[in-house]
Design a protein around this ligand. Structure first.
Ligand code: KG4
Ligand code: ZN
Length: 341
């Protein structure tokens, strides 16, 4: 395998992310994150127990300009210092995506700057490059509220999906479990905290697909959690139930990711996406990787959950290759990973 050289765009890029319930703006230079401002709508959506698309779009409209101002200010830059503009344009909630993309177009038009739409998952996948020289090819576990994918990363822009969820995403399993246990929204962090000191073997829960597979299934786990909560009623031990749920999700994710890395003869395993912030998951994959002598990389938790810095890193690599989009750049709800294979 020939080595992969990473060329980053040398000038400051303003990157925007608004695909779901976080409004974010970041300034990136090369691969250096000069600022990364995230305004979360979690508080707003808590009352509904999940993201309401229309409410998300309106909240992005309110947040986007102040968030851009803060990103520039934190980077000690003015808009006139920025040389390129990027925004997540797919996949995601179309109303939410439109806010970031429209702002990016307006800024690019007014300042006559190059514009680029970035695939949200590519942002997550390349987020590890901000701090580390991750060797290629590597295997990447992308786990978020909307995605659970095992990706072979041959080089930036060269991806191959080697496994994925057949139903719910891992983040959804955390969120739905948390809702059933009355732990609120978003559920992943709440489950992690409630699980501390809990007994993960107290309540046996299903692990989804059996046998050798790189795919995942979490819908049976959701049903089992519902039955558990119904059958135990007030007698349920929330800490033990949270620990059992976390163990069921984390063990499957970690075992399959490491197995895929071994099978693919990857030089490293990376863990990205919102669920990658989970401390139990990070610890378990690290332990398995150490045992198998596989290098393991995962971003700081604030780069795991949705943020514009990861979009800026992906854009930096694409701008450096001369890629640009026109002003007819569209937003897309569902879109495959861009792959140059
Ligand atoms: O990547 P992300 O911010 O948004 C999507 O692209 O979906 O991921 C959000 C998901 C939510 O399901 C949330 O519960 C989960 O990441 N999450 C966690 C943790 N922090 C966030 N799950 C488990 N443990 C955590 N500490
Ligand atoms: Zn995400």
């Amino acid at each position: 395998m020939e080595s992969v050289t990473l060329d980053f765009f040398a000038e400051p890029i303003l990157a925007l992310e608004s695909s779901c319930d976080e409004t974010s703006a970041a300034v990136i230079r090369g691969r250096e994150i000069r600022s990364n401002i995230v305004s979360s709508q979690a508080e707003l959506h808590r009352q509904w127990g999940g993201v309401v698309p229309e409410a998300a779009a309106r909240a992005h409209v309110e947040a986007i300009l102040p968030v851009i101002d803060r990103a520039l200010e934190t980077a000690s830059m003015k808009l006139t210092d920025i040389r390129a503009i990027a925004a997540t344009n797919r996949p995601g909630l179309v109303g939410a995506l439109s806010v970031g993309v429209t702002a990016a177009k307006a800024l690019a038009f007014a300042r006559r700057l190059p514009l680029l739409g970035v695939h949200h998952l590519e942002g997550h996948i390349l987020s590890t490059l901000a701090k580390s020289d991750v060797p290629f090819p590597h295997t990447c576990l992308v786990v978020s509220g909307g995605h659970t994918e095992l990706v072979r990363v041959i080089a930036p822009a060269h991806y191959e999906i080697v496994g994925q969820t057949l139903d719910d995403a891992a983040g959804e399993a955390f969120d739905k479990g948390a809702r059933l246990l009355g732990l609120g929204y978003p559920g992943g962090f709440a489950i992690q905290e409630a699980a501390k000191g809990g007994d993960p073997s107290r309540y046996p829960l299903p692990r989804g697909l059996s046998g050798e597979t790189a795919n995942f299934s979490f819908s049976g786990l959701k049903t089992a959690m519902l039955r558990l909560v119904e059958s135990e009623g007030d007698a349920i031990d929330v800490r033990d139930a949270a620990a059992s749920l976390q163990e069921a999700i984390v063990s499957v994710l970690a075992d399959r990711a490491v197995a895929a890395a071994i099978r693919e003869e990857s030089r490293a395993l990376t863990l990205v996406g919102g669920v990658a912030a989970n401390l139990a998951l990070r610890a378990r994959i690290l332990r398995l990787c150490e045992r198998e002598d596989i290098a393991f990389f995962t971003p700081d938790p604030n780069l795991c959950t949705d943020n514009a810095a990861m979009i800026g890193i992906a854009a930096s690599l694409r701008f450096a290759r001369g890629e640009r989009d026109d002003f007819d750049l569209d937003v897309v709800a569902n879109a495959p990973l861009p792959c140059m294979l």
